[in-house]
Unconditional design. Structure first.
Length: 92
């Protein structure tokens, strides 16, 4: 996924100095204490063994969560299937 609000660097003539500007021109330029990304983050949805990213296909998710374990985020907009399971256990 892409973070359009994250600033990125733009090379100038002097190779040791960079002019920072936002990826989206409608956003403000980064300040002295802002975190600046030099490279785009890799996607986590698809498997990438070279980077050690397992992907999210086939993983269990929580359909009521809005966090990182939630199905909407974890399934990357691909949709998901829900299953209801009844488990019978013996009591001591």
């Amino acid at each position: 996924q892409r973070n359009d609000a994250a600033p990125h660097r733009v090379p100038r003539r002097d190779r040791y100095r960079f002019q920072l500007r936002p990826h989206n021109p409608d956003h403000k330029s980064p300040g002295a204490k802002d975190l600046v990304y030099l490279e785009s983050s890799p996607g986590f949805c698809e498997k990438n063994p070279r980077l050690g990213i397992p992907g999210t296909h086939g993983r269990a998710c929580n359909d009521t969560s809005i966090g990182v374990d939630g199905c909407d985020l974890m399934c990357c907009g691909r949709g998901y299937r829900t299953e209801t399971m009844f488990v019978v256990e013996r009591c001591n």
